[in-house]
Design a protein around this ligand. Structure first.
Ligand SMILES: [Zn+2]
Length: 274
């Protein structure tokens, strides 16, 4: 049922209802803090080819309250930037046929064991055939017993301190998900610590400055990646640790970060993640 409701919302993406548009309208404070041109969808758009994105937000453990807002925001990004967005929590879409029409699968704050063995195998084949994966926030708090998935994401979540402001060092000023950001990106979110540092296996786009906030008991020290991408098993993977709060999805700079991640993972926009 949820699937049909959300799919119906996505179908109206060409003429987004005013209420939906208003829901993702950034608050005045966020607009004021954003550099010119940072508004989602406005930065140097050339006509990228259209593509189809699947947003998957099934949860088997903690459920983030920001999931509906995140789906709305990604649907709006799609409407404004020429890609379709289909949102579902029905894992049965993870079949060869079900995934075939999508250039990218977005795991939006999924948690726990969300796919069975057959669905996992279908997703592995999808990536191996050149598919794209974009993981947001709790996507790293998902499928701990499926090592292939852990490698696809890059690292598993280990814990987090309270929501607070932090400063992110942007390491890549070329990649479409971070090109619009300043060297030092200050924002408020729930900042994930990870079980392992993924730097040896991925291309780090941005990392947290642990001196700028209290990282809690799971601190990672001087090197704390928070967004990255890599080529994995024949497909493309992009991940960001941000996106816990509702407010994240009304932040122009964060939305542009997501847009760049989704586009590069889909393969329609080039990226160097080696
Ligand atoms: Zn969270």
């Amino acid at each position: 049922m949820l699937r049909s409701v959300i799919a119906a919302a996505a179908v109206t993406a060409l003429g987004i209802p005013a209420a939906l548009a208003a829901a993702v309208e950034p608050p005045a404070s966020a607009v004021q803090g954003a550099p010119d041109g940072a508004a989602a969808g406005s930065a140097g758009d050339t006509a990228a080819e259209p593509f189809d994105a699947l947003v998957f937000s099934k949860t088997a453990a903690f459920r983030h309250g920001s999931i509906p807002v995140g789906i709305e925001a990604i649907s709006q990004l799609g409407a404004e930037n020429g890609f379709t967005v289909t949102a579902t929590e029905d894992a049965r879409v993870f079949s060869q046929r079900g995934l075939a029409r999508y250039e990218v699968v977005v795991f939006l704050s999924t948690t726990g064991d969300v796919l069975n063995a057959r669905q996992q195998a279908a997703f592995e084949r999808y990536i191996q055939r050149g598919g794209g994966y974009a993981g947001i926030h709790a996507a790293s708090d998902t499928e701990y017993d499926w090592p292939w998935y852990g490698e696809l994401v890059g690292a598993y979540f280990s814990g987090h301190p309270a929501i607070q402001d932090a400063t992110i060092d942007v390491e890549d000023h070329t990649h479409a998900s971070t090109a619009h950001l300043p060297d030092r990106w200050e924002r408020r979110d729930e900042w994930y610590n990870f079980r392992s540092n993924p730097r040896d296996d991925v291309h780090v786009l941005a990392s947290l400055d642990e001196d700028s906030y209290d990282p809690g008991s799971g601190a990672m020290g001087d090197d704390h990646p928070t967004a990255w991408c890599h080529v994995y098993d024949g497909g493309r993977s992009w991940y960001t640790g941000g996106g816990h709060t509702n407010e994240s999805y009304a932040e122009p700079a964060f939305l542009q970060h997501l847009l760049g991640g989704i586009r590069t993972a889909s393969g329609v926009v080039d990226s160097d993640c080696t």
